[in-house]
Ligand binder design. Structure first.
Ligand code: ADP
Ligand code: G6P
Length: 498
């Protein structure tokens, strides 16, 4: 349960994201479609809210071979994920063909916007062909959302749809919807949450379609970001690129005759659920005398995986007394495997891990255990619980939920979180050991200090980290988003002081 208050005769929630909260796969023996849970913070965060309030979810099924003829299945009885309660009539699928998948998803979303928004502009590709498909797919999502709104309106004449759009795939959708709503003389609340960083103006302006993205987003009543820095970057871009008036104190952007509310809303995790899973999970790693250093990431170049491995290598080089006393477990989920940058990273990982293991292994020990695949949340909880150190060292990251999941699962011997200040999580998780991931030597020394940190200090740090994440959990985040967007209805441009 999300604990969110909802008036079903007044409001209807429609969530829109690139992916549905599950992937559809065809069972080879029966030919029937089955749901497979899709990992990721967005799904765990938003699914309970939609289930609780009987809302709808518009998104892509993850399979280009599906069409309108394929019926969405209900969840199976064994499904215990947060999305199991989402009934098929609540799911509004968007169908993408192979060309759209290549051009919109692999091309524009993950070849252009993902690297640029993470301030890695040298990796970004700019293609007007990709951009045209991005526009077209945003239109497609908008059409499906309008259909979902019509269904909601039929359920009650006074119902106001609350449309909650997620992430960088759908930045043009708000203005498309706003236009359609005004043509139909229909009302709805439009909100957007960006799950990745919003870059500074100097980086954002490199995008040939920077103005279009800003105008797209300004179709909203409210836009949420994880931290204040991203809010400021966005407002600064609106001011410098579009000449909008901005109110930095109250976080408002004036656009036309409307005020768009900007809000910093750091996402949380289902803390109690992770803690419970950690209490129930069996022990996976048998070696008791070796301390576990853990990494859990999607295989993505923003996560700083190669830098992390090199720091671990340096640590072994400088501190041979730890040989055979630690193991580094890296769990990496394959991600966006059609994109060249991701394929290259996979190869580099294999090479670096092979080199380090070849260099330091002994008859009974290898320094790195590399799991390339998706692990269930219950298993993840066991790794988080048993790790002595978690290394969350992205080069850039919107928030990073792994850092939060780790502390939620630390219910036994307190461990240490090594965290990059370039993740949104670095803003609030101040009791972690914060380190610049590019400083390989310093990271190596920090691993050593973490291993030797006295128990008292570990305990105090972990207690504070856990206390904060328990309160600022995912429900608190969703509630704060809904509260903020509801409050915008009373906003009157005339009455707001500048
Ligand atoms: P991102 O959204 O960029 O992937 P986050 O750290 O915010 O980064 O969220 C990642 C989510 O995916 C977390 O909820 C984490 O538990 C999950 N995840 C990461 N790696 C794995 C893995 N190997 N197997 C299963 N789930 C994973
Ligand atoms: C990040 C993005 C999400 C995305 C997830 C997994 O968390 O913010 O929008 O869903 O990565 O990536 P994928 O490309 O597999 O959807």
């Amino acid at each position: 349960k999300s604990g969110i208050e909802w008036n079903p005769s007044r409001e209807r929630l429609i969530v829109v994201s690139n992916r549905l909260p599950f992937v559809l796969k065809r069972d080879e023996s029966t030919g029937k479609l089955i749901r497979k849970s899709s990992a990721g913070g967005l799904v765990t965060a938003v699914a309970p809210v939609v289930v609780d309030c009987g809302g709808r979810w518009v998104g892509w099924s993850g399979d280009c071979s599906l069409s309108v003829d394929d019926e969405i299945p209900e969840a199976s009885e064994e499904d215990t994920t947060p999305t199991a309660g989402l009934l098929k009539h609540q799911v509004v699928p968007v169908y993408l063909n192979q060309q759209q998948f290549n051009s919109y998803y692999n091309g524009c979303c993950n070849g252009t916007l993902w690297p640029l928004f993470h301030s890695m502009s040298d990796r970004a590709v700019y293609s007007s062909e990709y951009w045209q498909d991005y526009i077209q797919v945003n239109q497609l999502f908008a059409e499906k959302t309008l259909e979902a709104m019509e269904l909601s309106k039929k359920e009650g004449p006074d119902i106001v749809p609350l449309i909650w759009i997620h992430d960088y795939h759908l930045t043009l959708m708000p203005s498309i919807l706003r236009q359609a709503l005004s043509e139909k003389n229909s009302n709805a609340l439009l909100g957007f949450f960006l799950h990745i960083p919003f870059p500074p103006w100097d980086i954002f302006r490199l995008l040939p379609w920077d103005d279009e993205i800003l105008l797209g987003l300004l179709g909203c009543d409210m836009i949420g970001f994880h931290i204040e820095d991203y809010c400021i970057n966005f407002m600064d871009c609106c001011h410098r690129r579009l000449g909008c008036r901005i109110d930095r104190k109250n976080l408002l952007v004036e656009y036309g005759n409307r005020l768009v509310k900007i809000a910093a809303l750091p996402i949380g995790i289902p803390f109690d659920r992770f803690q419970r899973m950690a209490e129930e999970a069996p022990r996976l790693v048998k070696e008791k005398r070796q301390k576990i250093i853990l990494g859990v990431d999607r295989l993505d170049y923003t996560k700083g995986l190669v830098h992390r491995l090199k720091a671990f290598e340096r640590f072994l080089e400088k501190h041979p007394e730890h040989i055979e006393k630690v193991i580094f477990i890296q769990i990496a989920v394959p991600s966006r495997t059609d994109v060249k940058e991701y394929q290259e990273l996979k190869e580099e990982m294999d090479q670096v891990i092979g080199r380090i293991n070849g260099r330091f292994s002994t008859a009974n020990w290898s320094p790195i255990r590399y799991i390339y695949g998706c692990v269930s949340q219950a298993e993840l909880a066991a790794y988080y619980r048993d790790a002595f150190i978690a290394m969350v060292t992205p080069l850039r990251d919107g928030m990073n939920l792994v850092a939060k999941e780790f502390v939620a699962c630390q219910i036994e011997e307190p461990g240490v979180l090594i965290l990059s200040p370039f993740a949104g999580a670095g803003e609030t998780m101040q009791e972690a050991l914060l380190i610049n991931p590019y400083k390989i030597d310093d990271v190596a020394e920090l691993i050593c200090s973490a291993l030797e940190m006295p128990r008292d200090e570990r305990e105090v740090r972990m207690k504070n980290l856990r206390r904060r994440e328990k309160v600022n959990n995912v429900d608190a985040w969703a509630q704060a988003f809904l509260k903020t967007i509801r409050s915008t209805t009373s906003m009157d441009p005339e009455s707001d002081s500048k």
